[in-house]
Write a protein that binds this ligand. Structure first.
Ligand SMILES: Cc1cc2nc3c(=O)[nH]c(=O)nc-3n(C[C@H](O)[C@H](O)[C@H](O)COP(=O)(O)OP(=O)(O)OC[C@H]3O[C@@H](n4cnc5c(N)ncnc54)[C@H](O)[C@@H]3O)c2cc1C
Length: 384
């Protein structure tokens, strides 16, 4: 029976990137995806590739990811419509401006450069914005990508160098075993065996973690999204607002305007999520307030997806506190698309080198529930 170095549960962007990076490091890899790779949150999100506004605990990961986004075409053979449009966060009042300035200082201390823009300059540079804004903060190196393309591109690239990617294959349970882990796929009697296990099961990640006694509360959220008909180039940077609310971007390739605000409804068990009409109406109103020229543009579709959310809004990324050779990355709380490429690289390093160059201490599962015991895994991992 084949024993893989690494098994991965979940073929979203985090899992597909982990498969690619682990394979590049020489490990044998099998990835299980219940549906198609990238069909859940990784494929239906807004497409914002944003470092600005990140919590300091995830900024190093975001910075590393940004460097991977820049070389996507080389890495996975497709640029996935990644475009460096910048990200402009807008202030509605003086208090917001003070928040933007404070964040600029924190970001600078972590190596991220943000430009504060005053009211006059905002009018001059972005004349299509509503006049209510006091100023903004621009992260010139942020951007956007087409989410439908990214996880499948990582999955194809991983497969091309030898990773086994099993789509339409749900793992019903997994247990620690003499060799590492036994995984039981739906409808199969014999387990698949692996020395290490990566849990990138998205909104279902806490359930997978609980099979091993790793308990984290993970709720679901469903950001309400809308897209318009294509229009001529209008909006430069992706737009956001201080403290949250409406966010808008215009796709560089086809001109559609994509915006989101508020939450739809998601049923994690039924694998269904739907946007809500009243939330969509309110989002459209807020979008027009932010960019008045959108008033005459046709809204063609709204949608949402199923995303896991932790109590503090930060993901869990790192080793299991209870079991060695088990690694988790889930609960991205609405902002894991930008992080996905680096999350995969970090997971591969943790699995195969036992450490990573990227600081992730603030994302450890132990911040919720410090464990009292740290039993060793049943058997040390095989060398890869
Ligand atoms: C509408 C929306 C808008 C968003 N906008 C942005 C944005 O603009 N920028 C940003 O950075 N982030 C955004 N996000 C968040 C981002 O999409 C997610 O954080 C990220 O895609 C999570 O990736 P993932 O690989 O962890 O999870 P997922 O993409 O959810 O992948 C997890 C996979 O695991 C599979 N799985 C689960 N259990 C099992 C099992 N037992 N066996 C086999 N497979 C299993 C699932 O089928 C799923 O495909 C948004 C999310 C949504 C929903």
């Amino acid at each position: 029976m084949t024993v893989y170095d690494i098994a991965i549960i979940g073929g979203g962007l985090a899992g597909c990137s982990a498969a690619l990076h682990a394979r590049q490091m020489g490990a044998s890899v099998v990835l299980f995806e219940r549906g198609r790779c990238g069909a859940q949150a990784s494929g239906v999100n807004y497409g914002g590739v944003r470092q600005q506004g990140r919590h300091p605990a995830e900024l190093p990961l975001a910075k590393r990811s940004r460097s991977i986004w820049a070389r996507l075409a080389d890495l996975v053979g497709d640029d996935c419509e990644f475009a460096v449009t910048g990200h402009l966060k807008l202030a509605r009042n003086d208090a917001d401006m003070r928040d933007l300035v404070a964040h600029q200082a924190i970001a600078r201390s972590l190596g991220l450069s943000l430009e504060i823009i005053d009211r006059t300059d905002l009018r001059r540079r972005y004349p299509y914005l509503g006049e209510q804004f006091y100023g903004g903060s621009l992260c010139a190196e942020d951007g956007q990508a087409n989410p439908r393309l990214v996880a499948p591109a990582f999955s194809r690239a991983a497969r091309a160098i030898g990773a086994v990617v099993r789509e339409n294959c749900a793992i019903e349970r997994a247990v620690a075993s003499d060799i590492g882990f036994d995984l039981f796929a739906s409808g199969e009697r014999e387990p698949v065996r692996a020395r290490r296990l990566i849990n990138t099961a998205g909104a279902w990640g806490s359930r997978v973690a609980s099979w091993f006694g790793d308990t984290v509360r993970e709720d679901v959220m469903a950001p309400n999204m809308c897209v318009t008909e294509p229009i001529p180039p209008l909006i430069g940077p992706n737009l956001g607002i201080c403290g949250g609310g409406i966010y808008i971007r215009q796709a560089r390739d086809h001109g559609s305007v994509i915006f989101g605000s508020g939450l739809g409804a998601a049923d994690r068990d039924a694998l269904r999520a739907r946007p809500l009409a009243d939330v969509t109406m309110e989002a459209a109103r807020a979008a027009i307030e932010m960019v008045p020229a959108l008033a005459n543009v046709l809204l063609v579709r709204s949608w949402t997806g199923i995303e896991g959310r932790t109590p503090d809004g930060l993901p869990v990324v790192g080793a299991s506190p209870r079991l060695s050779n088990l690694f988790h990355a889930f609960g991205f709380s609405g902002h894991g698309f930008q992080l996905g490429p680096a999350v995969g690289a970090v997971l591969a390093e943790l699995c195969l080198r036992g450490e990573t160059e990227t600081p992730i201490d603030g994302l450890s599962m132990t911040r919720f529930d410090p464990p009292t015991t740290h039993p060793a895994a049943p058997l040390a991992a095989g060398k890869t």
